[in-house]
Design a protein around this ligand. Structure first.
Ligand code: ADP
Ligand code: MG
Length: 329
């Protein structure tokens, strides 16, 4: 089983940033409103993630580390309509197979916190009492300490840090109602607060992407049947383009969606005097009935498959066309 875990780990745990993505998704699934991320040496030495979510009861603590143990789906029907970010029950098992992992947690219903520790081949985690407020902390030390071949693929501290920074930006953009603190080597490097204003998402985008993005952006907002789209597009940017597409709160890379956006812009350029080659920056949130989308396509969950992909494509395309028409008037 240990080997199986390490092979699975290769799919889910590529580098510190992918560990952080999985752990933060767990915090979100747990209903956390505050997530603190502490890393040392680009995450290679230490990753510590603390949340104020629902916690894990003492009796479930060891189970949480077991492979294919998930509390998020209970039958095959659930798999047809996934509403949580996690559902494979693979992340904690995979991460603990290639690191020294400590999981500390307390649910509301328990007066004390408990802790389990798992290290590489150690298959029976030891449970002991701990001190922790309601919520969960996962601490991951020495990634790939037992898989030297993989450790060699880790890049410099600076590179790993920037991958992590990007992962946190992406997640922060999708969850404006969650506060994030991000510390590197004991220094607070990013802080995403929850805005109490009527438009917390606008405020979050400004914090993450800067004021110029918002100033130049075209607003997109449309709803039809079970589909809804919201977002912002900037046609030309001097910086690296920022491209974020979310489906039901999950960041995805999807050719179909990219194509729909590009096509809408190209059509508009044909009819416009200033026909330039444009790089698009965008932050787009698509909400789809979970029955209409399959997220169980890739272990790292970057991809989705729409049951009616043509319909979704045309919907996104149409939303952009309409937004562009509005600014031309
Ligand atoms: P998955 O997210 O696919 O269910 P994971 O391996 O990521 O699988 O987590 C295993 C289980 O551990 C989850 O189903 C959940 O019950 C529990 N868990 C993990 N992290 C947290 C957390 N931060 N708060 C509450 N429960 C958690
Ligand atoms: Mg998970």
């Amino acid at each position: 089983p240990e080997l199986a875990n390490q092979i699975a780990a290769g799919e889910v745990v590529e580098r510190p940033a992918s560990i952080i993505k999985e752990l933060v998704e767990n915090c979100i699934d747990a209903g956390a409103t505050q997530i603190d991320i502490d890393i040392e040496q680009g995450g290679c030495k230490l990753i510590r993630i603390r949340d104020n979510g629902c916690g894990i009861s003492k009796s479930e603590l060891a189970l949480a580390l077991a492979r294919h143990a998930t509390s998020k789906i209970t039958n095959l029907d659930d798999l047809e309509a996934i509403v949580s970010l996690g559902f494979r029950g693979e992340a904690l098992a995979s991460i603990s197979s290639v690191s020294r992992l400590t999981l500390t947690s307390r649910p509301q219903s328990q007066t004390d916190a408990w802790q389990v520790y798992a290290e590489g081949r150690e298959m029976t985690p030891i449970i002991k009492p701990a001190s922790h407020p309601v919520g969960t902390t996962v601490e991951v030390l020495d990634i790939f300490y037992n898989t030297p071949a993989r450790r060699r693929f880790l890049k410099t501290e600076k590179t790993e840090f920037s991958h992590i920074d990007e992962v946190i930006r992406r997640i922060a953009l999708a969850y404006p109602n969650i506060a994030f603190n991000f510390q590197h080597n004991g220094k607070l490097v990013k802080q995403y607060r929850v805005s109490q204003s009527s438009d917390p998402i606008d405020k979050r985008i400004v914090t993450v992407c800067g004021t110029t993005f918002m100033q130049k952006a075209i607003k997109l907002s449309w709803q039809h049947d079970n589909l809804s789209i919201n977002g912002w597009i900037v046609a030309k940017t001097t910086q690296e383009p920022m491209q974020y597409f979310y489906v039901n709160g999950r960041i995805v890379k999807d050719r179909l969606l990219n194509h729909a956006l590009k096509q809408a812009f190209q059509e508009r350029n044909k009819s416009s005097i200033h026909s330039t080659d444009q790089t698009l920056s965008y932050i787009i949130y698509l909400e789809v009935d979970p029955h209409q989308v399959d997220v169980n396509v890739h272990p790292a969950k970057h991809e989705v498959r729409f049951h009616e992909s043509r319909l979704v494509h045309d919907f996104v395309h149409q939303a952009v066309v309409m937004a562009l028409q509005q600014i031309e008037q």
